[in-house]
Design a protein around this ligand. Structure first.
Ligand code: DC
Length: 234
């Protein structure tokens, strides 16, 4: 019965992992989702798709109404594919690797500051909450999208460590960018994500803090898993 399904979805457990770019939250969230057999939401992909859509249409990255209207006609959809990279669609079109570009990350960070764009993406994010559970990675997962999550992790690392990780990730993807430029871009993006008035990157009041500077992704995933067990979530 639909009502019972809705209840099951609303009560499916959620672990949120919020933090700045390069904190390792994507890798850790994926590892945890694999270990637990839970669903995984990479919410940054939705903002990246919105940024890319606006860039392509030549819309000003400050025009929230126009971008939200565009997303009404061309909805963004993420198709999870188990352990593989999810597919992201804008309308019928699959967006692919362009989403990972640093320029698209910057555009995402700009459109993510617009309340109309954030509002347009709420339902798509909450729809990921399904049994047996969800690992949600982003900036406002614990503060705005899933405020009743059973465990809200706030993952940080030094800006230098984050720049080195991003550099390695991009290099593996064949994208070349200097470390100093990345460090500069990371600081710029942190500043914008933390200072915006709507849903800024900040820890929830009841967040569980982890500094991953000296830790591997496996160690971080293990620590979160242990905390989830301690809380009876898994
Ligand atoms: O996690 P990411 O680098 O793919 O995210 C790209 C941008 O999207 C990031 O700079 C801020 C924004 N974002 C957001 O505002 N809220 C989220 N939940 C996820 C990402």
């Amino acid at each position: 019965m639909p009502v019972m399904n809705l209840e099951a979805e609303a009560s499916a457990p959620v672990i949120t992992i919020d933090g700045p770019v390069g904190s390792g939250k994507g890798t850790v969230a994926r590892l945890l989702a694999q270990r637990l057999g839970w669903h995984y939401l990479d919410s940054g992909l939705l903002y990246r798709a919105a940024g890319l859509a606006a860039l392509r249409r030549g819309l000003p990255l400050s025009d929230g109404a126009a971008i939200a209207a565009l997303l009404q006609t061309l909805p963004i959809r993420i198709e999870a594919r188990g352990l593989e990279e999810p597919r992201v669609y804008l309308g019928e079109e699959e967006l692919g690797d362009a989403l990972r570009m640093e320029s698209v990350g910057q555009a995402a960070s700009q459109v993510a500051a617009l309340p109309e764009v954030r509002a347009a993406l709420v339902d798509a994010q909450r729809a990921f909450r399904r049994p047996p559970g969800l690992i949600a990675d982003g900036r406002d997962m614990g503060t705005v999208i899933f405020p009743d999550a059973g465990l809200k992790v706030f993952l940080t690392a030094s800006a230098e460590a984050r720049a080195i990780r991003r550099h390695k990730q991009l290099k593996e993807k064949g994208i070349s960018v200097t470390l100093s430029r990345l460090l500069h871009e990371i600081r710029e993006r942190d500043e914008r994500d933390q200072s915006r008035p709507v849903a800024p990157l900040k820890a929830a009041d009841d967040a569980w803090f982890l500094d991953s500077t000296a830790w591997s992704a496996e160690e971080v995933a293990e620590a979160i898993h242990a905390e989830a067990r301690r809380r009876g979530l898994v």
